[in-house]
Design a protein around this ligand. Structure first.
Ligand code: CU
Length: 151
């Protein structure tokens, strides 16, 4: 029994470890509320993560038109300019200018009680790079922002 189970175990370990060498999706959850706040100011992504699945939940009650939130990731150097441009882009564009390469990743805008998820590759991020996440709904980015650390 012991001799027979060893190859099985080896195969099982191989099966478990092989896919992870190619893709490791790490889950991140963040919340926004009616007080125009995210529930965290720092997100850490381990270097081993090849993809991030980010879920944004709006824990408040106000509709998206009044107190909508999204989650946008940019280099800190691009943050202010992208936040300004994004706030004018309209809710139909998720308050991100169409095709704007400064937005590394972004979610749609959600209202109270709603949530949304996106998955993005960490190949877009440099280890130790300086990244800021924020909400680009008009007037929110000064309060709703934080640091993203990769690596
Ligand atoms: Cu917001």
């Amino acid at each position: 029994m012991r001799l027979n189970s060893l190859p099985t175990l080896a195969l099982l370990l191989l099966a478990l470890s092989a896919p992870q060498a190619y893709a490791k999706t790490c889950n991140v959850a963040i919340e926004g509320d009616d007080a125009m706040m995210f529930n965290q100011s720092e997100i850490k992504i381990a270097a081993a993560c090849t993809q991030v699945k980010l879920t944004l939940k709006h824990t408040g009650q106000f509709p998206a038109a009044a107190m909508g939130h999204n989650w946008v990731l940019a280099k800190t150097a691009d943050f202010q300019a992208l936040a300004t441009a994004g706030s004018k882009a309209g809710i139909a564009n998720s308050y991100v200018p169409k095709g704007d390469a400064r937005a590394i990743a972004f979610t749609k805008v959600v209202g109270g009680g709603e949530s949304t998820s996106i998955t993005f590759a960490t190949s877009k991020l440099k280890k130790g790079g300086d990244y800021t996440f924020f909400c680009s709904f008009p007037g929110h980015s000064s309060m709703m922002k934080g640091k993203l650390i990769f690596g």
